[in-house]
Design a protein around this ligand. Structure first.
Ligand code: AMP
Length: 305
């Protein structure tokens, strides 16, 4: 089944201790779409300005991403400027220019309205809400957000969350959203607002899932060649939700497996700036890394103490 995504398509300027990339293609929906496209067809809802390269749109089409829902309008594409120190888990936003997103009204094409899986990638929660109002009855609605919106539009975000099944955010945002520093209690508070399932991304430490009353923890692969963590969260979401949409089962065991695919996609994404690594990725490489994850946290034998 295909997955509908709404989010940002952007130009990013990123500085890490390993280098800088200036005005490279990025954006939450962009990373998500490419990562998810390895598992399932993707329908993209977003806006770009006149300055966005046609060649990248052509690449998305070649990956099976449907661009009927992508508007191209007069003006400049969304821009994000970010910086990372040696702690890659923490992105510092230097500048956010909404540009064409400031006046964007998503219009869901007729062919997208029956989408079974909807991913509301990181974008203005009003736009996320607008999209939800235009689709029929998705089997799964997932959402990502960030500190910019948690602080800037808390009421709108809470309203959108009440219609969400699965929330994917990082640990600092979980604490900020719940106003609670204990992660376990923060997760329970947020579940009370709507989402039955929470996936908490913990950067180089992996990811946690709270599903109903159950917890699941997945480590991240220790990687030597990390270049740029930008897009890790969206690539994680793309692998996770893309896999779920491909199997259309949402039981606990399936979501655990989906998180491994999410972690695999994030691990590739961070090995280069922008979407460079995802653009050259192949399905056999994904399978090899899935096996590496499987091995990572495996141990046997009964407790002996
Ligand atoms: P992440 O996967 O969390 O690293 O997300 C990185 C992407 O989020 C970048 O490519 C940015 O273009 C995009 N981004 C940053 N700030 C915002 C924002 N306020 N709204 C939407 N997208 C954003």
């Amino acid at each position: 089944m295909s997955v509908l995504v709404v989010g940002s398509v952007a130009f990013d300027t990123v500085t890490t201790p390993f280098g800088q990339a200036t005005e490279v293609v990025g954006g939450s929906a962009n990373y998500f779409s490419v990562a998810a496209s390895f598992f399932t067809p993707v329908r993209l809802v977003a806006v770009v300005g006149e300055d966005f390269p046609e060649s990248h749109l052509e690449f998305l089409r070649s990956r099976g991403v449907d661009l009927q829902g992508l508007q191209r309008v007069g003006g400049k594409t969304f821009r994000w400027v970010g910086r990372y120190g040696h702690d890659f888990n923490e992105a510092r936003t230097v500048e956010t220019q909404l540009n064409v997103f400031a006046a964007f009204a998503p219009k869901i094409p007729e062919a997208y309205r029956d989408s079974d899986v909807v991913f509301l990638a990181n974008i203005d929660p009003d736009l996320q809400q607008d999209v939800l109002g235009q689709v029929k009855r998705p089997a799964l609605v997932a959402l990502d957000t960030m500190n910019y919106w948690i602080a800037g539009k808390p009421a709108s975000l809470r309203k959108t969350l009440s219609q969400v099944d699965l929330l994917v955010i990082n640990d600092a945002e979980t604490r900020q959203l719940a106003g609670e520093s204990n992660l376990a209690r923060a997760a329970r508070t947020i579940q009370g607002w709507g989402p039955r399932i929470l996936i908490i991304k913990r950067g180089e430490y992996g990811a946690l899932m709270r599903n109903g009353q159950d917890w699941f923890a997945l480590p991240a692969l220790p990687l030597e060649g990390v270049q740029d963590p930008t897009g890790a969260g969206d690539s994680f979401a793309g692998g996770t939700i893309g896999y779920l949409a491909s199997v259309m089962r949402f039981d606990d065991a399936t979501i655990r497996r989906a998180m491994v695919y999410g972690s695999v996609m994030a691990s590739f994404s961070v090995e280069a700036f922008s979407l460079e690594r995802l653009c050259t990725l192949t399905a056999p490489e994904i399978r090899v890394r899935y096996r590496q994850f499987q091995r990572l946290a495996q141990f046997d034998g009964p407790p002996e103490a």
